[in-house]
Design a protein. Structure first.
Lengths: 394, 259
């Protein structure tokens, strides 16, 4: 019996073909209260078929409250020699207050895992100020990733961290024992790589000094964006288009302190004909942004969830060629590729809506986002789904 | 799953889309003509591929009631059945449907009714991007989408046939519809808009016209169906100004290819 007829036996309707895309998800408690990740895991599992097991990851904020004053560094070593060399380089600029393996456990489906280590760092030079310290850390991470063999820093920031690898989200969560952690922001990704190969470092989230990015889609302007960023000292080494988004976040929001709203006008700006129709001073502002940051316009379909310790941002390309739904419930702000995943873990949302392309929806500590239109409120609809707790028990 | 005569109820909790759709087909094959699906949470392709599970008459009399949030491509290639969703629908509802009816007691996401070739979609609230993209019609087959609220951008993009009726029922007095780039690349069909559009919100090559008597009669038929389905007052909905959007030319991009 050949394979085709075996498939027919299992599924006489012959619809086993897998259709996939990436899945992204985020949840933030704007009161800052820490939440376990169970809703995030359940939501990602609900979108299982969007990924294909070639990458998944989570970013968690509020992760290391007992070490909140130190920079947490999560590092992958493909060889233990990298570890020795990396620590030697780190000690030139930082005190290593903590150094330990990231706890993991054997997980079916997870293989070829690198050596995973975390450090808690304080700069040797205590006179740098916050900006100076962050730049020092950024330089160190770029050097470790490009100059030290067998070493890849996949997360750096205070009171936060990224956990990622090659696998499905449920496997990665199990592998890293994520049920042991809590955070007030969780973002998550499940990957379906299209243009680049799958490797542990290429899974999302991408993280640079507190800021993390998860991305669904394709940044067609990668070459232009990369050329622009490299003139400013960024080195693109990750074999994936998402890195330019991560570097643009670092440049515009961390270093140049742009608001998410301004950042969106750079990477997903209005069309020229819309700018021409604007009144002053908006027209001058938009023109200046497009001219100054022409090389950071991100073309192509994308939906992203970006976070740092203060906020979580949902954004799509300007004509929304990738799906993104946001919802609020009390103090909790949800973002998801699919509405069903939100409702699965939170049947009674206060409001749910799909944001306009190029317009960021931002949850900040102390500030829950508001729906765009009265019709986005969902008071009237819904027989709620049974919820993930029931599913987990059955 | 419990199937009693013509009625079946399926609990979708924890089922993959493949498992759920298989149960739906088995129920229809067993003679069920009213199916209630509970705890639906993102399962795709519900109502698709029912050909052969019943004869034409059986499929046309089939009612699928969905509680929860159905996944993408709800009722894709639908040919005959009626699907009623008590909740919101996600993306691609009625993808390339041929006949039948989809009723959403809530909102619907992006590309609702994409490439539809016939049948009816009624959305109580608003819709996302690119609703009705590349709908078409042929002889007696003419797809219809009725939207109670407003729409996000690119409504009727590349539309080649069929009808979209946008009612704007929740809009405040003089509040324009949210949609930009309406009917970009449209080359067939018609969009009827109740209420006002923002200045500059039309795509290129769209002609704005008043409704003639035939148009009003046509719109009134679907408005009364909408009102019946969702408990609204058809007369007061019709007692407002409507605009008709049609392509200025049947071949908007001929310059691109012929010269």
């Amino acid at each position: 019996m050949d394979l085709v007829s075996l498939l027919k036996l299992n599924n006489p309707f012959g619809d086993d073909k897998r259709h996939a895309a990436c899945a992204i998800f985020g949840m933030m408690n704007v009161s800052g209260e820490l939440m376990p990740g169970e809703q995030v895991f359940a939501a990602m599992n609900n979108m299982h078929e969007r990924g294909n097991g070639l990458g998944a990851g989570f970013a968690v904020y509020g992760l290391y409250p007992h070490m909140r004053d130190y920079y947490a560094l999560h590092v992958m070593f493909t060889d233990v020699r990298g570890k020795t060399a990396a620590e030697e380089l780190l000690r030139k600029s930082f005190v290593l207050e903590g150094s330990e393996p990231i706890p993991t456990r054997k997980t079916p489906g997870i293989s070829a895992e690198p050596l995973l280590w975390r450090y808690f760092l304080a700069p040797l030079d205590t006179s740098l100020g916050e900006d100076g310290e962050q730049d020092l850390l950024m330089d160190m991470v770029l050097r470790l990733n490009t100059e030290v063999p067998d070493t890849f820093v996949f997360s750096c920031g205070k009171n936060m961290g990224v956990f990622k690898g090659v696998g499905y989200p449920d496997q990665i969560a199990h592998f890293y024992r994520l049920e042991d952690y809590s955070g007030y922001i969780w973002t998550a990704h499940s990957r379906f790589p299209t243009n680049s190969h799958a490797w542990w470092g290429g899974a999302h989230p991408f993280c640079l000094v507190d800021w993390s990015v998860v991305h669904n889609g394709e940044i067609s302007s990668y070459g232009t964006n990369r050329a622009f960023l490299e003139t400013l000292g960024y080195r693109c080494t990750l074999f994936t288009d998402t890195e330019v988004m991560a570097y643009a976040v670092d440049l515009l929001m961390r270093r140049q302190k742009m608001t998410p709203e301004l950042f969106a006008k750079v990477v997903a700006p209005p069309f020229w004909e819309e700018i021409d129709a604007m009144a002053e001073p908006e027209r001058t502002l938009h023109t200046a942004l497009r001219v100054t940051y022409a090389g950071l316009l991100m073309n192509g379909p994308f939906a992203v969830v970006i976070a740092n310790g203060e906020q979580m941002i949902a954004l799509t390309d300007r004509i929304r060629l990738r799906p993104l739904t946001v919802a609020v419930r009390g103090d909790i702000f949800y973002v998801s590729s699919e509405e069903a995943a939100i409702r699965f873990v939170c049947p009674g949302v206060d409001a749910v809506w799909t944001p306009k392309g190029g317009v960021p929806v931002v949850g900040r500590l102390g500030l829950i986002p508001k729906p765009e239109h009265a019709s986005d409120n969902v008071g009237v609809c819904v027989t709620a789904c049974g919820g993930y707790r029931d599913a987990a028990q059955s | 799953m419990c199937t009693t005569g013509l009625f079946a109820e399926i609990d979708a909790l924890g089922l993959s889309y493949s498992e759920l759709n298989q149960r739906v087909r088995i129920a229809v094959e067993s003679g069920a003509r009213r199916l209630v699906l509970r705890n639906v949470a993102g399962q795709r392709y519900i109502g698709t591929n029912l050909y052969g599970c019943a004869d034409r008459q059986g499929l046309s009399g089939l009612l699928l009631e969905i509680h929860g949030t159905p996944g993408n491509d709800l009722g894709a290639f639908l040919d005959g059945p009626t699907i009623v969703v008590y909740g919101n629908a996600m993306d691609g509802t009625g993808n390339t449907m041929t006949s039948g009816r989809i009723v959403i007691h809530g909102r619907a996401g992006d590309i609702t009714g994409l490439s539809a070739r016939g049948g009816e979609i009624f959305v109580r609230d608003s819709v996302g991007y690119r609703t009705g993209v590349h709908m078409k019609q042929y002889q007696g087959n003419r797809p219809v989408i009725v939207i109670g609220g407003t729409s996000q951008d690119f409504l009727g993009e590349y539309m080649a046939g069929g009808i979209i009726i946008l009612l704007g029922l929740h809009l405040k007095a003089n509040e324009p519809h949210a949609c930009n780039r309406l009917c970009s690349g449209m080359h067939g069909g018609a969009v009827f808009v109740r209420g006002t559009l923002r200045h500059g919100s039309l795509g290129h090559g769209v002609s704005v016209q008043p409704l003639n008597a035939d148009d009003r009669q046509l719109v009134a038929v679907y408005v009364s169906r909408y009102a019946e389905l969702f408990g609204a007052d058809a007369d007061s909905i019709m007692n407002a100004s409507f605009t008709k959007l049609v392509p200025a030319t049947g071949r908007p991009y001929k310059q691109l290819y012929a010269y």
